[in-house]
Design a binder for this molecule. Structure first.
Ligand SMILES: [Fe+2]
Ligand SMILES: [Fe+2]
Length: 316
């Protein structure tokens, strides 16, 4: 494709197509390569898992906590990709008879998310075969997608941009830097990140395009919807962190008293809030895009809604 003759906006979509073709990977040939998860290694890197918060001194318990978090991390991506794929199909439909470069970039985006969902479904089956019995992932992808997609485009694109940007940060700032992480688990998120890099660019452009279309009143509703979506994500994290601690306490040989169980529950909720909400809010690019769109008063509304979550995510 000769990008020199394209408009600046189309050129960015064309670049995303080029990059998507270049990094394209196959689940079996490139990622899994006949391997299984090495349970002698941790999954989630210490920094991202906020492992020090748990006060666990036993090496096996620390490793198990990291593996539970790593399994939930992979399942959360499989979960959100259901709504992201559905939203992207809808957005693509709106471009169908317009710029065909944009259409191609978004079709590739959706195709990649479908592949990622397959990858994450397969990983959970693999983890279930090797990890102790009893893990449950509670949120249902279609229920969550139904709730997210009931919100306006502006808010759904904001949430999506936030997710795809923190995906990149997690890999670059934590996953890539921890040499003790299971090689397969690390590879999954290396390959995932390579395709998410394009998604983050496309989200930004589609969110900005939507922002240019909405009235001030519609944008204000978008801010409310975004606050509702963050609260919904937080609801999912509360339920799943409780389920994950129940699994942890059932599997480890040591019996925990009520106070320690409660401490672990709070630590895991804080870690999940860091992973799925706070780390994205701290992404510089995300904040630049958001700040350029909203009024200071709207930003303050978002900030107040986030304050308790941010406090719990960054508590030590
Ligand atoms: Fe993905
Ligand atoms: Fe994505």
């Amino acid at each position: 494709m000769d990008t020199a003759v394209l408009t600046a906006s189309t050129a960015r979509y064309a670049k995303a197509i080029e990059a998507s073709k270049k990094v394209r990977w196959d689940i079996d040939k490139d990622v899994i390569r006949g391997r299984s998860f090495d349970l002698t290694k941790k999954f989630m890197p210490d920094k991202l898992a906020q492992i020090e918060r748990f006060g666990l001194t036993n090496a096996d318990e620390r490793k198990f906590m990291s593996q539970i978090q790593g399994r939930t991390y992979s399942n959360i991506f499989g979960l959100v990709e259901r709504y992201i794929g559905a939203k992207m199909m809808e957005i693509t439909r709106g471009h169908a008879l317009g710029d065909q470069v944009v259409v191609e970039s978004l079709v590739r985006f959706t195709d990649e998310e479908l592949k990622h969902q397959e990858l994450f479904r397969r990983l959970d089956v693999m983890m279930a075969m090797d990890m102790p019995k009893g893990y449950t992932f509670l949120p249902n992808p279609n229920d969550v997608a139904g709730a997210v997609l009931s919100k306006c485009n502006w808010a759904v694109l904001a949430l999506t941009c936030h997710i795809e940007l923190f995906t990149l940060d997690h890999y670059r700032q934590s996953i890539d830097r921890d040499a003790q992480v299971s090689e397969l688990w690390k590879d999954v998120f290396l390959f995932h990140m390579k395709e998410e890099s394009q998604h983050a660019v496309l989200d930004e452009m589609e969110w900005q395009r939507e922002d240019a279309k909405v009235t001030a009143a519609e944008r204000d509703r978008g801010v409310n919807d975004l606050i509702d979506l963050v609260a919904a994500v937080d609801g999912i994290l509360q339920v799943q962190s409780a389920a994950d601690i129940e699994y942890f306490t059932r599997v480890i040989p040591r019996k925990l008293d009520k106070a320690e169980t409660q401490k672990l529950r709070e630590a895991l909720l804080g870690a999940y809030r860091w992973q799925y909400i706070a780390s994205g809010v701290q992404n510089e690019r995300f904040m630049q895009i958001l700040t350029a769109m909203v009024t200071p008063a709207q930003m303050e509304r978002i900030g107040s809604a986030l304050a308790p979550i941010m406090a719990s995510a960054t508590a030590s």
